[in-house]
Design a protein around this ligand. Structure first.
Ligand SMILES: Cc1cc2nc3c(=O)[nH]c(=O)nc-3n(C[C@H](O)[C@H](O)[C@H](O)COP(=O)(O)O)c2cc1C
Length: 166
């Protein structure tokens, strides 16, 4: 028996979209496919051990590929990487799309022009409804462009960082 959802999906997206986020590209290398996927369902989870999370839609090609990998990277995009975000948000991306990168020490592609990156081991895959929650244990990390502002996402639109409030 299916039950009607209590919360309308569109309304949920509108409301949760008021939680402003940065924008990342999750990257991985299966051995045969090296690619990325734009993601903002990302959070810091734990300091000891150092864990982050990213939620991945179960219905896409990315999900099937990520099921096979042991490492991935989170690349924090800069405000001049709007087109990179758009490119890696296309369904079924095949490859790195000409975006400059290098392979990290643990095998995940690291975007050259990202503000920062975190290379992670898959710590756990947790059931999260129509998404899988990837817990990543941070293996290596760096801030590559400390002077550059991040790309933000809010209410369905890309934004830039405003002035500090204090
Ligand atoms: C700003 C933004 C944030 C996104 N965040 C996520 C996310 O956190 N998790 C996710 O699974 N998809 C997210 N997406 C959608 C994926 O980038 C997109 O569906 C991608 O095409 C999936 O690749 P696939 O079809 O190869 O699985 C986001 C898209 C945009 C534009």
């Amino acid at each position: 028996m299916t039950t009607a959802p209590l919360i309308d999906a569109r309304r949920y997206r509108d409301v949760i979209g008021r939680f402003a986020t940065g924008v990342t590209v999750v990257t991985w290398d299966t051995g045969s496919v090296r690619r990325g996927m734009t993601a903002n369902a990302v959070a810091s989870v734990s300091l000891d051990p150092t864990l982050v999370l990213v939620c991945v839609d179960r219905h896409g090609a990315a999900h099937a590929q990520l099921a096979t990998v042991e490492t991935f990277a989170l690349n924090v995009l800069a405000e001049d990487q709007l087109e990179v975000s758009r490119a890696f948000a296309q369904p079924g991306v095949d490859g790195m799309l000409g975006v400059p990168y290098r392979s990290g020490a643990h095998g995940a592609p690291l975007l050259r022009d990202a503000v920062a990156w975190l290379e992670c081991a898959v710590h756990e895959r947790l059931e999260g409804g129509d998404h899988t929650i990837y817990l990543g244990r941070v293996l290596a990390l760096d801030i590559q462009r400390p002077e550059v502002a991040p790309l933000l996402f809010y209410a369905g639109a890309y934004r830039r960082l405003g002035a500090p409030l204090e």
